[in-house]
Design a protein around this ligand. Structure first.
Ligand SMILES: Cc1cc2nc3c(=O)[nH]c(=O)nc-3n(C[C@H](O)[C@H](O)[C@H](O)COP(=O)(O)O)c2cc1C
Length: 212
């Protein structure tokens, strides 16, 4: 997670990855802690990440305590300043990396190969190892620099996936829009999920009641 707005996207992706039985290496940038604090009220800290993650992901879409039991044993948390952490090396086995949400600063850093923290270093490693990197950019409007950085990432093999919800999947709540972006992110990573209703070639189906 980098420091763009979009904590709900990250929460939906994390819940779905864990529900799909994936183990997750989690890196939260320094700036991301500010967005988590701003958007959830949780002061996320390295020292008590398990408690913070349980509190955050365990909430329902309405922000109240929910029913999701967070399998913290399936999460390996790495401090963003720890450049000796596992994911900083290509020899550390991962299937790929999702940056959700991605700030424009993060997009720039990864495009330029800055590796200023573990998040950016892990993304560079993911690219150099030829693994899947999905970058869920959250900013609007976009300036020319960011657009160029996004082209650079695309050329380097990353999937640039703007946090851009669609309305054809029958969204009636904000969480449906969040789940659409999270679901498209998981699609790009090849992780199965049931987060949104897929387009099936029938105009008007977006206004029909959801069947699931
Ligand atoms: C509350 C808050 C919301 C922010 N939202 C965005 C955003 O949506 N997109 C963005 O590119 N930067 C956003 N920023 C700015 C980034 O946090 C800032 O550029 C930071 O340097 C990113 O660092 P990182 O990529 O290492 O996480 C936001 C900052 C704060 C404090």
């Amino acid at each position: 997670m980098s420091g763009a707005s979009g904590t709900p996207y990250a929460a939906a992706v994390l819940r779905a990855l864990l529900a799909a039985g994936e183990s997750v290496d989690l890196v939260v940038s320094r700036a991301s802690r500010l967005t988590i604090l701003d958007e959830t009220g949780i002061a996320f800290r390295d020292a008590h990440w398990q408690e913070d993650l349980r509190q955050w992901l365990g909430r329902g879409a309405d922000g109240k305590p929910g029913t999701f039991e967070v399998p913290v044993d399936d999460v390996r948390y790495w401090a963003a300043g720890d450049l000796a952490a596992g994911p900083s090396s290509g020899s550390y086995a991962t299937k790929g990396m999702l940056i959700v949400p991605a700030s424009t600063a993060c997009v720039a850093g990864v495009a330029l190969g800055l590796s200023k923290d573990l998040l950016q270093r892990s993304a560079s490693v993911t690219l150099k190892e030829g693994r899947r990197l999905v970058v869920c950019v959250r900013e609007t409007p976009l300036n020319g620099q960011t657009l160029k950085h996004m082209v650079t990432l695309d050329e380097a093999g990353a999937i640039v996936l703007p946090a851009s919800p669609a309305f054809y999947a029958g969204a009636t709540h904000i969480q449906d829009l969040v789940d659409f972006v999270a679901g498209r992110t998981l699609d790009a990573a090849g992780v199965p999920h049931r987060l949104y209703r897929r387009w099936e070639g029938e105009l008007g189906s977006g206004s029909a009641p959801r069947g699931d």
